[in-house]
Design a protein around this ligand. Sequence first.
Ligand SMILES: Nc1ncnc2c1ncn2[C@@H]1O[C@H](COP(=O)(O)OP(=O)(O)OP(=O)(O)O)[C@@H](O)[C@H]1O
Length: 638
Amino acid sequence: MTQAGTATQERRGFEAEVSRLLHLMVHSVYSDREIFLRELVSNASDACDKLRYEAITAPDLLSNGTELAIAITADPKAGTLTIADTGIGMDREDLIANLGTIARSGTAAFLDRLSGDKSKDLSLIGQFGVGFYSSFMVADKVRVISRKAGTEQAYQWESDGEGSYIIDEAEKAGHGTEIILHLKDDAKDFLERPWLERTLRKYSDHIAVPISLKVCGTEKDGETDKAETVNSGSALWTRPKSELSDDDYTEFYRHVAHSPDEPALVIHTKAEGVISYSALLFVPGQRPLDLFDPSRKPRVKLYVKRVFITDDTEELLPGYLRFLKGVVDSEDLALNISREMLQNNPVVARIRKAVTNKVLSEIEKRANKDKDAYEKIWEAFGPVLKEGLYEDAGRRDTLLKLSRFKSTHGDAWVSLADYVGRMKDNQKAIYYVTGTDAEAVKRSPQLEGFRARDVEVLLLSDPVDDFWLSAISEFDGKPFKSVTRGGSDLKDLSNSDSNTSDEAKSEDDTEDMVALSALLKGILGDQVADVRSSDRLTETAACLVADDNGLDMHLERILRQHNQMGGEAPKVLEINPNHPLIKAMDNRKEGDNPMDSLRDPAFLLLDQARILEGETPTDPAAFAKRLARLMEKGLPAI
Ligand SMILES: Nc1ncnc2c1ncn2[C@@H]1O[C@H](COP(=O)(O)OP(=O)(O)OP(=O)(O)O)[C@@H](O)[C@H]1O
């Protein structure tokens, strides 16, 4: 939506998503609204980084002698706070694209989660990070004056955050951006020198461009309107660890990650020798909302000799570490390296290898030292780390050791070492079941026999689980085995304290089941691969399993959903010899025409087993007719 003002002026509507976000900002009661300053200073510092990078190949952009810097000016009389930088700047198109839309991945997911309940939505905003738009928490009018480096014309953007903004030509000496906040009446405290000094020191000490503060009309060191420098301006990752406090790291994390939470793990490392680099990386405290969004950008920034190069390279870290945030600074790459040259670059490959090893070993240390803290990391990022199990064969063992699972053995997270340590004497495999829903997986009928014998089964419900399980055959010499595939070895696992009585089963019973199974197979024909008596069921009458050579059933379903597989492979129907229904069917097989009398029950049994698997009956109309016939017979006469 546009509307003409003066010849150069234009009023434009915000994108619908931005309007929703701004509405929340403008009417917010967010207690942490001081974060607007961190967001704006971060943006200013990013703009300086970008210009420094551009100037490597186009030195003219910086040739007028302007120093890259950020200046904060508070004017209590006018009620304004101005954040100015001499960075890359924005032209008209940039202003429209950057300050009228939200290009960030995960925005849709974020907005979908807004509930309309203000306090809940504001805490979500904390997780999402709203950047520039957070200005409207403290200002009722925001004006941005910007001139893009290398251009002559400046532009101005102005809005009260209510639906639209005005864009116009403007005057500005030199490149960069000035953001002028007209503070709301209840936000005038943000103009006070002590607050500004304290907050800027806290937020910006690590920022590598000088930041100055001027509070108009106040005295500093006996001088009115004096600008003071408030940060040390050195890159934090180059400083020795001994000089840095937890708070320094947290503030840097918040700056580099554009995230308001605390990091769960800080990895600060420096390598010198064959390759020289420093890295300051963070495992975030919370899972970002867009972690699984395919368009999500990596958030680790590459610097070369303290000059920012890019935060858009997938070369620096493997995809399964994409949740990391922070900085890698190389001494060995050329400053004028282009982003394209990073691909297949041997130095980058060596850095990637070293950093990946370091990160995994630090994560492992945390796992060994602090179980609870590690489990929080696993809960947030385990599904992503598990991608490494099939992507990174060389680090598979390390990643298997780091993996944690839910199991039938209580609610706690279980490592594979825990599992193996608890295996039964005759147990040869690590049993697991996969599915899409953790609760449904827990209720799988195939688990009944394992539970009855106290044999632990891993419960896996992340989409990635089926993929790594098809790539990895064993841990510590023990094969992984799906409880929904192949014959179960439960007979070998009966133990004295088990309340099942496999051994006591009479031969007659076994023969009966063989005969009933053959009869049912005769009725069901091609719809099943086989019918057999089961030792994995204790409560349910029947279940389906894949045969020995078949795919795990859940994996097969995923492949079918993604059109990676043609028709459904017939399954083995396992029947529970101790279930009253199976016993009744067994009795019936001695009567006249058992093929006829058992026809409806046989198909209903199969459909029931399919429903338990989350499938639909093969022929819903036939299913309904059979069920109706049976119900009719079962109704008591009046
Ligand atoms: N001072 C500035 N100089 C130049 N460009 C800027 C400046 N401030 C913001 N921008 C541009 O506007 C865009 C949007 O800023 P915004 O703060 O909303 O989001 P962001 O910084 O991209 O991400 P985040 O939400 O993580 O902060 C930035 O990506 C940048 O391109």
